[in-house]
Design a protein around this ligand. Structure first.
Ligand SMILES: NC(=O)c1ccc[n+]([C@@H]2O[C@H](COP(=O)([O-])OP(=O)(O)OC[C@H]3O[C@@H](n4cnc5c(N)ncnc54)[C@H](O)[C@@H]3O)[C@@H](O)[C@H]2O)c1
Length: 263
């Protein structure tokens, strides 16, 4: 699908992987709506990219009404500009480290588990379920009559999660497992569904890793011997948007890194 002249909604687009993608798609002629909690970072990106093809919506992805307001604003903006909704990147998310049974032999408070699932999994589904009914109204384009593309963010942790990452692994494993059923469901509309499973990428989320965790993770590097850069991720998003045969698949973006069992 062509990027230029289409509108993409990006949750978590004020920082890290989502932000790099917002910048990249914008640089390739897209209209971009960023939905994120961080107002300051969102406004800073807005001033960087200018008002012509960029909107920031202060949004809490764990709240359906908040998503609804941002989707409504984005759909109205697309109509005003007479551009179709091209796609969604659901990148809002976070990780935590919590043992299910802690060192004092106590069970983890379920609120910690619930929050990760609510943000990483339910938030992703909620955004998709609210955008797709608008995407189905797109006039079909191209030789395949395509109407849009949905990209979700899984993780290496979905494949080889570490001790203490059960909630995060569960949320990212669910994203992986949903990819094919969603592609099968939306195929009838000409909407593709893909997921990207990054390993360690340098973003705000991983900035809190301590030195020894970094050293341990670095031992798992094959080639290239470095963590991913947000631009590597943005490039793959662009390639997924442009390549109509990519559908129903999870792509590991990890330079062959495998996460060790412990930090
Ligand atoms: N960085 C990595 O190594 C890595 C690896 C695998 C997967 N991921 C996944 O990539 C995605 C993006 O993470 P990142 O590394 O860019 O981190 P990041 O912290 O830089 O960006 C995440 C963004 O999500 C936003 N966000 C968090 N909670 C939100 C909410 N309730 N509503 C709206 N926005 C919210 C944050 O404000 C932030 O802008 C996440 O789903 C993360 O799990 C990251």
């Amino acid at each position: 699908m062509q990027i230029r002249g289409r509108l993409f909604l990006i949750s978590g687009g004020a920082s890290g992987l989502g932000r790099a993608t917002a910048q990249d798609l914008h640089a390739h002629g897209a209209f971009v709506s960023v939905l994120d909690l961080q107002r300051e970072a969102g406004m800073e990106l807005a001033s960087q990219l200018g008002p012509e093809r960029f909107r920031f919506y202060e949004t809490d992805i764990t709240n359906s009404d908040s998503i609804a307001a941002a989707v409504k604003g984005s759909v109205e903006w697309a109509k005003e500009q007479q551009v179709p909704l091209g796609g969604v990147l659901a990148a809002a998310g976070t990780g935590n480290a919590a043992l299910i049974i802690n060192k004092k032999n106590e069970p983890v408070p379920l609120s910690e588990f619930d929050y990760i699932l609510k943000l990483n999994l339910r938030g992703t589904v909620d955004l998709i379920r609210q955008v797709v009914p608008h995407m189905t109204n797109n006039a079909p384009f191209g030789p395949d009559s395509e109407r849009g593309v949905i990209i979700m963010v899984s993780s290496s942790t979905a494949f080889e999660g570490q001790m203490g990452h059960s909630a995060y692994a569960a949320s990212k494993g669910a994203i992986l497992s949903m990819t094919l059923p969603l592609a099968r469901e939306f195929g009838r509309f000409g909407i593709r569904v893909m997921s990207i499973a990054p390993a360690w990428f340098e973003t705000k989320m991983t900035a809190r890793l301590n030195e020894s965790a970094r050293k341990n993770l670095a031992k798992g590097f094959e080639f290239p011997k470095r963590p991913g850069k947000p631009e590597d991720f943005a490039l793959l998003v662009r390639q997924i948007v442009e390549n109509g045969m990519l559908n129903g698949e999870v792509i590991r973006l990890d330079g062959a890194t495998r996460i060790p069992s412990k930090m």
